[in-house]
Design a protein around this ligand. Structure first.
Ligand code: PLP
Length: 397
């Protein structure tokens, strides 16, 4: 069993873990990498000359290379380690904002963004009197690309959209979004939090300028994430945080900054978690990203078909080719009640607005119940969800 936690019993039932969009469980290989770091390698990187510091630095930098290859970045200078997607987006919004966003400028986001791809841009805009423009989406959960094209003008400074919606499961047409933005000389940031664990990602093929994701949603420990940025653009941005490691020379008069990617990695990073991220990438690649994507696509077909026959179910997000998540409501029942009853049957789902309140407003609902998949999700897990929903539906009438 690669995932020991999946053996957990919940109220006398075998755990069925369907909250993978919030965080995935960790395979033994990742747990081992983390404990082995603290057992045999723990030391601060980059600044040390001693044996452990040298080894830890080598391993840390080797993971940077692994990430570069995993997302097909052009070089390792473009891979910045952060604490997660949220920090990655804040880093770009704050530094890009300081450098390029001025009064009356505009940032385009979509109506289906996670709060962490809305609020950092709002903060950057509020500081200078700029504003957000929003790409609307259809009832199925598909972005309106015609409206998108009309949002550009001479004040547009950035487009920030997610690759996959954490609430609707929609896979957005990133290449097309980038093509249109670039035709207006506007860079594009992609929030890849819900994509990297579910499909092969090639940032050069997508053509995006920034791509952000979290380790903990791709089998790695919490506390580590990645901000990919095109070298040419990263070179134009000021540092995010000041501190150790991001400097070249410091005097009280003036500080010069380190080269990429260290300019953006102030302070001691979460070294053990980065090594865990390396183990997680190994784990996914040993299965094959295409294989994972295929398995999850079959699960999605099976689940949508099966759950459709649950009385009074209403799906929120039915875009063709959607991945990873199924959001739904059961009659007039509050999502929280559905989630609580499922929990009593050992089924872990998420309920609420999933940090996407504008999506809830768009549909006029308080929240949804969300079941989300990982590579270890089985058809039996879907059956368990289905049977549980049939059992609880009459209780909610
Ligand atoms: N973006 C999306 C699409 C997400 O689903 C999430 C987390 O749910 C985030 C951003 C934020 O990720 P984190 O909390 O790991 O920074």
């Amino acid at each position: 069993m690669d995932f020991p936690i999946l053996d957990t019993q919940v109220y006398g039932h075998q755990l069925v873990y369907l909250d993978n969009a919030a965080t995935t469980q960790k395979p033994q290989q990742v747990i081992d990498a983390l404990s082995s770091y603290y057992l045999t390698l723990n030391s601060n990187i980059h600044r040390g000359t001693h044996h452990l510091a040298t080894l830890a630095t080598e391993r840390y930098e080797a993971v940077r290379q692994q990430v570069q290859q995993f997302i097909h970045a052009a070089n390792t200078k473009e891979i910045v380690f952060t604490r997660g997607t949220t920090e990655s987006i804040n880093l770009v919004a704050a530094t890009f904002g300081r450098q390029f966003i001025r009064k009356d400028d505009e940032v385009i986001v979509s109506g289906m963004e996670h709060h962490s791809n809305i609020v950092p841009w709002q903060l950057a805009c509020e500081q200078v009197g700029a504003r957000l423009r929003v790409i609307p989406f259809s009832d199925e959960g598909v972005l309106d690309m015609e409206v998108y094209q009309t949002l550009f003008n001479s004040h547009t400074r950035m487009v920030a959209v997610n690759h996959v919606s954490n609430t609707l499961g929609t896979v957005n047409p990133i290449q097309e979004i980038v093509r249109i933005a670039h035709s207006h000389q506007v860079p594009v940031l992609i929030d890849g939090a819900q994509a990297v664990a579910h499909m092969p990602v090639d940032v050069q093929e997508l053509g995006c300028d920034f791509y952000c994701f979290s380790g903990h949603k791709m089998y790695a420990p919490m506390g580590v994430g990645v901000m990919y940025g095109r070298e040419e653009l990263l070179n134009q941005l000021p540092p995010y945080q000041g501190g150790g490691e991001m400097i070249k020379d410091v005097t009280f008069e003036k500080t010069t900054y380190n080269e990429l990617p260290y300019k953006f990695e102030a302070g001691t990073p979460s070294v053990g978690d980065v090594l865990g991220l390396g183990a997680a990438i190994d784990y996914m690649q040993s299965q094959g990203m295409e294989v994972i994507a295929h398995h999850e696509a079959q699960l999605m077909d099976y689940a949508m078909q099966k759950l459709s026959s649950v009385p009074n179910i209403r799906f929120i997000g039915t875009a063709p080719g959607k991945v990873g998540v199924i959001s739904f409501l059961l009659g007039n029942a509050h999502p929280y009640d559905v989630g609580t009853l499922l929990d009593k049957l050992g089924i872990a789902v998420r309920t609420g607005h999933h940090c996407t309140q504008p999506i809830m407003d768009r549909y006029g609902i308080p929240g949804t119940v969300r079941a989300s998949f990982a590579s270890y999700t089985t058809f039996a897990d879907i059956d368990a969800l289905y049977n549980a929903l049939l059992r609880i539906a009459p209780m909610l009438d």
